[in-house]
Ligand binder design. Structure first.
Ligand code: 3H9
Length: 700
């Protein structure tokens, strides 16, 4: 009989079976919390009941607190109340963990007396990935159960572990197979048969202390810039130093502070944005086309990466190269990628054998594409070369095959126009290394059929990538904004900052590497080729820094030549700034009669980020990105924009668009062309709105 809809109660002898039915992931929404309180009341009042089994329906036990409630006024009962209520009961409570048990879900489980997991279960406290710490006793109960060091590792990284690892640590008592309800019932009967009684975790002795300073150093190194992981350490420390109740209060205080933080808002935005980006309303209910047989034309670095990614997803892949020799080289590249995947635990050795054996075909003629469902062109980035390939695809591919280009800048519309089937053509822009990077821009020209777009998204999902829809336009979403990022960085270097100042400032902002270190790694000739291509289209008012091209002309192409912006030793370790780069920068300052000034790190980072936001607003206004959240996902997943800042648009919202616009207007006094404020930004400020409003109601 249903008590309240998402929590159901039934009785089997002396055992009350309480199930959670809150699809899709059994999040602990208010109705579930209420239902659990009611179920505990009912079980205690139910004469003859001595034990409760708590289990989930659907694929998971409980995925955690309901994230969509964060930032809303609190709704009672709170999760800590529910956990404490369960733990305080005189009835013996057993939880059955299956699928994922995360965050508040694990905190519920830690409040039960016994935990049994199904094989394949995963558990974790991933709150730090949302800018939070566990807020329902996790930082107090877990250390009592597993010790401080294991708790620090799990809570401060937010990583998930398998049921068997959880058993080894003492988080779960037993791992078995079967249906959650049956397992719970038989485990509870077994416990009762052995006269087991309640055993609240809070009653365990406080855990042993640890070297807190060393632990904090480790966390700050790993999670640079983030406040939640180090706050988690403080809460865990309270489990050692304070009685349980006071420890709980300390945890709550930290949790509530973090709930108000910008980082929490940014990371929750990142969580939902990632899902909304690939969940397009117009594709709902639309069946994608088949893509079991994939082909990649071109087995270079990019093509081999794409092929590896598809093979890792268990798909059949044909790689077409220009000669048998080139095809063999492509196979070697793919083998190397897949060996790396095996080492990283991304595939098993039998999956590796299958991928490189039966699932991979190498060919040196376009005829091999005749039965492929999805063909991705990944040849040299040159429109003329790609046009020839598309003519071949049009001739050789079967009707209905999806024809994709992996171009990073070129006009997909023009490539579609080469074929007699523009409805089947789209861009699938992967990021290097394609078998590792999570982003995929799905570039949609005018004529593309909706089910072809749906195929792009379904393919991305199968590959485990975050897909974002982009319109046609030079550089699509990401590379276009990257262009503004680099231009603003070069501008500030000409104005007085050194490349090292800029790199340090952007690292301080949260990027793993600054733009000049990245350029050295990628090779300075890459940026030069892009600038050359765009030179004819460049507005005469654009002031482009010349030092990057001069450096290339001097043969300093980055790591591969031993020097770029920095110097490198024989092991490619980065050293000091390259004197040649400094000489060229100084020459440019002199030539441009620039009075060199000093810039504080925050000013450098904010100014460069403002350039990204301004360009993002233009990209959205032009329809190249549908919504600000699409920009945010692209920049976080593909370009290293810190997740704890939520992407450029969320960062701008959190800073305040009015302040940002007025900074842009100030920069425009020096360079009115580059810093021309985006019309969309001006409109939003005038209307008192922000980017997030456009996520709800996109521009039409
Ligand atoms: C917490 O617990 C705090 C506590 O310590 C203290 C509180 C006091 N809430 O990812 P999917 C939605 S913090 C609400 O596509 P999958 C998701 O938006 C929480 N909604 O599926 C999507 O909706 P839509 C700690 C949630 O199978 C749908 O479910 N927990 C939640 O690839 C399917 O999601 C976490 O951080 C939620 N908690 O992966 C876990 N979770 O269909 C976060 C999911 O409208 N969740 N949704 O787009 C995950 O890691 C994955 O979603 C999960 C499923 C592994 C569960």
């Amino acid at each position: 009989m249903a008590l309240s809809h998402p929590v159901r109660y039934e009785r089997q002898g002396a055992i009350a079976l309480v199930s959670i039915v809150n699809p899709p992931v059994n999040a602990l929404s208010q109705s579930v919390r209420l239902g659990l309180m009611d179920a505990m009341d009912r079980a205690e009042a139910d004469k003859g009941v001595v034990a409760v089994v708590l289990f989930g329906t659907g694929p998971n036990f409980i995925a955690g607190a309901d994230i969509s409630e964060f930032g809303q006024p609190p709704r009672m009962p709170s999760l800590p109340e529910v956990c404490n209520r369960i733990e305080a009961s005189d009835l013996l409570v057993v939880s059955v963990l299956h699928g994922v048990t995360l965050g508040g879900g694990l905190e519920i489980a830690l409040s039960t007396d016994y935990r049994v997991a199904l094989a394949g279960a995963q558990v974790g406290l991933p709150e730090v990935a949302l800018g939070l710490i566990p807020g329902a006793g996790g930082t107090q109960r877990l250390p009592r159960l597993v010790g401080v060091d294991a708790a620090l590792d799990l809570i401060c990284t937010g990583r998930r572990i398998s049921g068997s690892k959880a058993e080894a640590l003492g988080i779960v008592d037993h791992v078995t197979t079967g249906a959650p309800r049956d397992i719970g019932l038989s485990y509870a009967n077994d416990l009762l048969g052995r006269n087991q009684t309640v055993r609240p975790v809070s009653a365990l002795a406080p855990p042993e202390s640890t070297n807190w300073e060393a632990a904090e150093r480790k966390i700050n190194h790993r999670a640079r810039g983030q406040i939640a992981p180090v706050t988690a350490l403080r809460a865990i420390r309270a489990s050692v130093e304070l009685p349980f109740e006071q420890g709980l209060a300390e945890e709550r205080r930290h949790f509530e502070d973090l709930m108000q933080s910008d980082q929490r808002q940014a990371m929750v935005h990142a969580f939902f944005a990632q899902r909304k980006a690939s969940n397009l309303p117009e594709l709902k209910g639309l069946a994608p086309r088949e893509f079991e047989k994939v082909a990649v034309v071109g087995g270079g670095l990019m093509g081999a990466g794409i092929a590896s990614s598809a093979l890792m997803a268990g798909l059949t892949v044909t790689v077409v190269e220009t000669s048998e020799g080139a095809a063999e080289t492509a196979r070697d590249r793919i083998a190397q990628n897949l060996e790396g995947a095996v080492r990283r635990g991304k595939m098993t050795s039998s999956e590796y054998e299958l991928a490189l054996g039966e699932n991979l075909e190498l060919a040196s003629h376009f005829g091999a594409l005749s039965d492929c469902d999805l063909v991705i062109e990944a040849v040299f980035e040159d429109l003329a070369v790609k046009k020839v390939v598309f003519e071949h695809l049009d001739t050789h591919c079967k009707p209905g095959a999806v024809l994709a280009t992996n171009t990073s800048y070129l006009d997909v519309e023009e490539l579609a126009g080469i074929t007699k089937r523009p409805q089947d053509v789209l861009g699938l822009h992967f990021f290097s290394p394609a078998h590792v990077m999570k982003l995929l821009e799905v570039v949609v020209p005018q004529a593309t059929a909706p089910d072809v777009v749906a195929t792009g998204f379904a393919f991305a999902k199968r590959l485990g990538k975050h897909a974002v829809r982009a319109g046609v336009g030079d550089g699509f979403i990401g590379n276009r904004i990257l262009g503004a990022y680099r231009a603003a960085a070069d501008q500030i270097v000409v104005a007085g900052a050194s490349p090292l100042d800029v790199d340090r400032a952007m690292e301080g902002f949260g990027f793993a590497m600054g733009p000049y270190a990245v350029a050295d790694m990628a090779g300075l000739d890459i940026g030069r080729a892009a600038r050359k291509r765009l030179a004819a289209l460049r507005d005469p008012r654009a002031r482009t820094a010349s030092f990057p091209d001069r450096l290339c002309e001097a043969g300093h192409l980055g790591r591969k030549t031993g020097a770029g912006y920095y110097q490198y030793d024989a092991e490619a370790r980065q050293g000091d700034l390259n004197p040649k780069a400094l000489e060229l920068i100084n020459a440019e300052r002199e030539y441009s009669k620039v009075q060199s000034q000093d810039f504080p790190a925050e000013q450098i980072a904010y100014r460069i980020a403002a350039a990204m936001v301004n360009e993002a607003a233009k990209v959205i206004d032009e329809g190249v990105a549908r919504r600000p959240l699409d920009v945010d996902v692209v920049m976080m997943a593909g370009y290293g924009f810190p997740r704890y800042r939520g992407g450029p648009c969320k960062w701008a919202d959190l800073r305040g668009l009015r302040a940002l616009l007025s900074e842009i207007e100030t920069y425009a006094e020096n360079d009115p062309f580059f810093w021309q404020p985006a019309e969309l930004l001006q409109r939003l400020v005038a209307e008192g709105r922000n980017f997030d409003d456009l996520n709800e109601t996109p521009l039409t």
